[in-house]
Design a protein. Sequence first.
Length: 346
Amino acid sequence: MTRVAVLTGGSTPERDVAFAGAAQVVQALRHRDHTVTVVDTVDGPLSAEAERTILVPSVGRTPPTAAELDALAARELGPALVELRELTDADLVFLVVHGRAGEGGTLQALLEAAGIPYTGSDPLGSALAMDKDVAKRLFQWAQVPTAPWVMWPADRQAVERLGFPLVVKPSKVGSTVGLTVVHRYADVEAGVAEARRFDDEVLLERFIPGRELTCGVLGSRALAVGEIIPRHEIFDYECKYTPGMSREIFPADLPEPVAARVQSLALAVHRGLKLRDFSRVDFRLDPEGTAYCLEANTLPGLTATSLFPQSGAAVGIGFPELCDAICQLTLQRGGQGNKVGASGSR
């Protein structure tokens, strides 16, 4: 029997998304006979009553306010996390956290230094994928198409060369938090101001018309390619986490060569960013059939409406089996300073 600590919550705009995912993961792991405890990075271990209250599968239509996030950040446990017995006694820590503090490499480095095994990518891969500017440079190196972009501040000529509409987004935040689509130069600064509410670096990239695609990666295997059809202009926070606000089709209705190409690109991104265990890679497919990589998610959402579990289900991997496979990938790693012991195999 494997002892798993599910680490969730956090003080990022995606706190509610993390709790919704943890609700699913905890249930799945217990279904697979793992012994599970739950720890919030802000408030510490959750009691059974707190689990029932906090771990709910639904996500609100908007992220927490800036004031709420500031209050949460002031309570973050930080380095004290790795002193909790719930973590030190676990065979592994299953990370269900999102946003810069949770998946940007800092938390991973803390766990690594303490010798605590954890799911997902290491500090380097996490940091590379979180920084969209750096990630896009690596996409180019790996010969993966990506939309042209500039970092703000940029002169007007450089911005207008990208063409409109433009996507303006924080460089190191997920779930489309702080993202806007602008259709004229006069609106760029307002978009930048919105993005800067969540990050000190802002990226502007050409909006790629066409279809929204995504592909999960598990270990060294590309899962099914899916298509997302949001009700809004883009697949924004509300469309991602509100049932009925988007159609998600797995597997996507694509010619086999196009689906295979997207899967190949997803694996190239996963390897190029030095990711491990699992990820989800997002694309836009333009009318000419070119797939442009938008970003890689090192800890993809695991809520009831999330895309990564759907990518797995479309190739016959149910959610409990998916969570168990992630645990096994973690426990099978050796020689990396993690405390994988005899109890690590089931």
